[in-house]
Design a protein around this ligand. Structure first.
Ligand code: ZN
Length: 121
């Protein structure tokens, strides 16, 4: 994942992470959405190839360093929707994992009860 800092254009690894160069850390949903817009993940999501997405981010990095970068509110809205969709997606994955594991839990529970009945009385 390639993400760049909104303030100085340095690379970082996570949207919410503080920049190692200037210390800027996105906190509000708005600021995190801005960080999303400055990542290759976003450009891949909008349909670009990995290489083109990287190229776009490097272009934005140039703009940030030249102080010509301006974020657009409509883009930020789109990124916020993307983030909320992503959060929903994570919940679905968790639910699916739990559903997959539930028979296993049931077996452990039953084995535990049998063990307890035999040994605890
Ligand atoms: Zn920075």
């Amino acid at each position: 994942m390639l993400i760049i800092c909104k303030k100085c254009g340095s690379r970082k690894a996570k949207f919410r992470e503080a920049c190692k160069n200037c210390g800027y850390k996105p906190k509000s949903d708005h600021e995190i959405a801005e960080a999303v817009l400055l990542s290759d993940v976003w450009f891949i999501y909008t349909g670009l190839s990995k290489t083109d997405a990287k190229g776009q981010v490097l272009l934005l990095q140039e703009q940030i360093r030249n102080k010509t970068y301006v974020s657009s509110d409509s883009e930020i809205q789109k990124a916020r929707k993307y983030l909320s969709d992503l959060a929903k997606e994570e919940w679905w994955v968790l639910l699916r994992v739990l559903r997959f594991l539930s028979p296993l839990f049931l077996i452990i529970l039953i084995a535990g009860i049998i063990f307890c009945v035999r040994n605890c009385t």
